[in-house]
Design a binder for this molecule. Structure first.
Ligand code: NAP
Length: 200
């Protein structure tokens, strides 16, 4: 699979390393242009590349891993993502700790808001509830596999994300729709930042 990353920071890099370890191609992008990612691409090896966001978004599966206020810029000018599976790893921090502020989205969950910006995309919320230091390492621990909560409105898209993340070694747990499940794992939800291991 070719996986396009919108963002090239802590979360995108952690997922890129898992993907590459399992033989997938990764295209990273940021706002500063592919040249700024050359050292990272070199470090990641031959399965990695850098491109503008619009090119990364043409991959088989796309990961949105930018900070909340950067989302409108990151998705502006993308080609149609109709039917594309998009993993939304974002958290709706209007401002980050030490002065955290959660964006006020009214009735919408964070991923419903993201989905509204990506018409036709099959959005699956995942990875947002795990701190990056628990995403990056091998998720297979002696006591069990790192639980990965996910939510989405499209069953096939969730199957795709479940299969991919199981391959990485996570233990995906489907919590339902972007509204119901998304509310549980987004900032302020009871499963946000809950780190758990699942025994096989
Ligand atoms: N860190 C965690 O522990 C963690 C865990 C789970 C989820 N999350 C969530 O995941 C998201 C990413 O977090 P992170 O920690 O990976 O952030 P980060 O390290 O700050 O990385 C953000 C990336 O987005 C890029 N970016 C900025 N504007 C962009 C644009 N317009 N188009 C494309 N890329 C752009 C940045 O690169 P340039 O500035 O060079 O453009 C940078 O590579 C956030 O929503 C965060 O809340 C974070």
């Amino acid at each position: 699979m070719k996986i396009g990353m919108l963002g090239a920071g802590a979360v995108a890099q952690a997922l890129a390393r898992h993907a590459i370890r399992h033989g997938h191609e990764v295209v990273l992008s940021n706002s500063r242009g592919p040249a700024s990612l050359a050292p990272l691409v070199k470090d990641l090896g031959t399965l990695a590349a850098a491109a503008p966001p619009a090119e990364a978004a043409t991959a088989d599966l796309v990961v949105l891993a930018v900070r909340w206020p950067q989302i409108p810029d990151a998705v502006a000018g993308l080609p149609s993502l109709d039917k594309t599976v998009v993993i939304d790893a974002t958290n709706q921090f209007a401002s980050l700790p030490p002065n955290p502020k959660i964006a006020d989205l009214g009735d919408l969950t964070g991923s419903e808001y993201v989905a509204s910006l990506l018409p036709g995309a099959r959005v699956v919320k995942a990875f947002n509830a795990l701190h990056a230091q628990f995403i990056a390492p091998d998720p297979r621990h002696e006591a069990g596999r790192q639980v990965l909560f996910l939510a989405g409105d499209d069953a096939d898209a969730k199957n795709t994300v479940r299969d991919l993340t199981s391959e990485f070694g996570f233990a995906p747990v489907d919590l339902g729709t972007l509204r119901e499940g998304g509310r549980l794992i987004q900032l302020g939800g009871p499963l946000s930042a809950l780190h758990a291991l699942k025994q096989d």
